[in-house]
Design a protein around this ligand. Structure first.
Ligand code: SF4
Length: 516
């Protein structure tokens, strides 16, 4: 079916933004010596492919047209013989790209391709291209507002809404700062955005809570600047990191460098805590600290929090690869041997967490191999980043038991997930979260562990170097940083606990919340 839709070198080019079918890792770059930026965007996205496997897209601008390439799956390898061809197809000294998995909209191949970013829109001679990371909660309200001017264009994903809303405000106000201010004040949700205007302005902004990461950097030539979800893409391209955008901040770029503007005064920062435990690459940095260092500290914290379990254990195993860094911390703090007896198939690259139900267990089964003789008769501490549904962890524990493990203690760095995420991580119902209606003891029974030892919220916060009120901890505390998300979560929780069966992602199906 996939082959029928798209051939492997499917290129979707459009002569104008009108014809472009509209499209969560972001990378964008600009060069002020008129050199092509496509290679930076390409490598910037490849370094961030862990942030979205379902589709990818590049867009470049040469001052006249937007040139767009979109396709499903991983960012492809480029054969060296095809590089010149790519340069010809993606000309221009400004570009943005996106890797995506969907947290809104449909998931069939055609819909995924339609929802691939970057997206574009135009009205009254103004045009805009935009790459977005996040998720919008008040979609109904925004659709009503934007459909009046974009009735003929289908809505395929949240980035369409942000793009159209920004364009309408830009048309009305003729000023990017006040247009962005309107977006920040009227869009409920998480959005880190990098974009290009028809005038060739390259800009980026974050919602007023700064939920998703977005950083800025430059090349030593002082003529090339970049914006990226994670620092790893700056590193891979040879850029120096300059700063992480603040919540409610707009950044524009000129020959002189970055111009930073605080569009919302005194915003409440709520950076996603799950980035530290699961999402971000370990070699990315937040506030100057490598994510892997923070994950090691998570491991040390759990050892301090569960001394009796540590005494009852022989060796440490990690669920590769996000369990590896905490395993080092557990090893350092406990003195127990970290046995590398759980190995991951390097080329099965699908992230089990973001796969659909039917694919999840079989993938984890084929992905992780347990070295039987190393665990036979042993009491194991197994480090894991999180337990969302519990089914993948159950399969992994089953494999350890089959290999003869005497005890399995799960050390989980992200505290028990009790509520859905409204901001761009696809865990959007209570029903899919094993932690929403089960205690740690019940979860241990269900997944076949002797105990599930979650890191405490305080421990997690301390290790990140942030304070509680600088982080989004909504899915582990039930306290959401944005009002509509809080209202929907509270309403659905009440119904869920009474036995109501959720019909899909809460922000897409919630009937009772007024969304206007
Ligand atoms: S709800 Fe959880 S996963 Fe979602 S943004 Fe907040 S901390 Fe991150």
């Amino acid at each position: 079916m996939y082959q029928k839709l798209i051939n492997p070198f499917f290129l979707y080019f459009s002569p104008s933004e009108e014809g472009i079918k509209i499209g969560c890792g972001i990378f964008g770059a600009i060069n002020f010596e008129n050199k092509p930026v496509f290679p930076y965007v390409y490598w910037g996205l490849r370094a961030q492919n862990h942030r979205g496997h379902q589709s990818h897209g590049f867009l470049t601008y040469n001052g006249e047209k937007f040139y767009v390439y979109k396709n499903l799956d991983l960012v492809p390898k480029l054969r060296s013989s095809a590089i010149q061809e790519w340069f010809g197809r993606m000309p221009g000294s400004i570009g943005v790209g996106n890797v995506r998995y969907t947290t809104s909209g449909k998931c069939d191949d055609a819909s995924l391709l339609e929802g691939t970013q970057p997206v574009t829109a135009s009205i009254d001679g103004l045009k805009l291209a935009l790459s977005f990371n996040g998720n919008i909660v008040n979609t109904h309200q925004l659709r009503k507002e934007t459909d009046t001017r974009f009735a003929d264009l289908p809505y395929t994903c949240d980035s369409d809404l942000v793009c159209r809303k920004l364009l309408l405000e830009l048309n009305r106000r003729k000023d990017l700062t006040s247009a962005v201010n309107e977006c920040m004040r009227n869009i409920d949700g998480a959005f880190s955005v990098a974009g290009i205007t028809g005038d060739g302005d390259f800009f980026a902004f974050k919602d007023q809570h700064g939920i998703k990461p977005l950083c800025a950097g430059h090349l030593p030539d002082e003529a090339t600047y970049a914006l990226s979800s994670e620092t790893v893409s700056l590193d891979m391209n040879g850029f120096e990191r300059d700063f992480e955008l603040e919540p409610g901040e707009l950044v524009t770029v000129s020959k002189e460098g970055f111009k930073r503007e605080k569009v919302i005064k005194n915003p409440r920062k709520a950076f996603c805590a799950f980035e530290y435990a699961y999402f971000a690459r370990p070699d990315s940095r937040f506030d100057g600290k490598y994510v892997y260092e923070i994950r090691e500290e998570f491991g040390r914290n759990i050892v301090r929090e569960y001394p009796d379990i540590v005494k009852d254990s022989d060796i440490i195993l990690s669920v590769p690869e996000t369990g590896d860094d905490p395993a080092m911390g557990v090893h350092e703090e406990s003195g127990l041997r970290w046995e590398r007896a759980s190995r991951r198939h390097r080329y099965v690259t699908e992230r089990a967490f973001i796969l659909l139900n039917r694919e999840r267990c079989s993938t984890i089964d084929r992905k992780i191999n347990i070295l039987g003789s190393k665990v036979d008769g042993k009491r194991l501490i197994v480090t894991e980043d999180s337990i969302v549904r519990g089914d993948t962890t159950k399969v992994t524990i089953g494999k350890m038991r089959s290999a003869g493990a005497k005890k399995v203690y799960m050390f989980v760095t992200f505290p028990r997930i009790i509520g859905p995420c409204f901001y761009g991580i696809d865990m959007a119902t209570y029903g899919q979260l094993i932690g929403s209606n089960h205690s740690a003891e019940e979860i241990a029974k269900i997944i076949g562990a002797d105990a599930v030892c979650y890191q405490s919220i305080d421990g997690l916060v301390r290790a990140t170097g942030q304070t509680r009120d600088q982080l989004c901890l909504a899915c582990i505390t039930g306290k959401y940083p944005t009002p509509l998300a809080q209202k929907m979560a509270d309403e659905m929780k009440e119904k869920f606990l009474k036995g109501y069966e959720e019909k899909g992602r809460i922000y897409e199906t919630c009937e009772t919340s007024p969304q206007t």
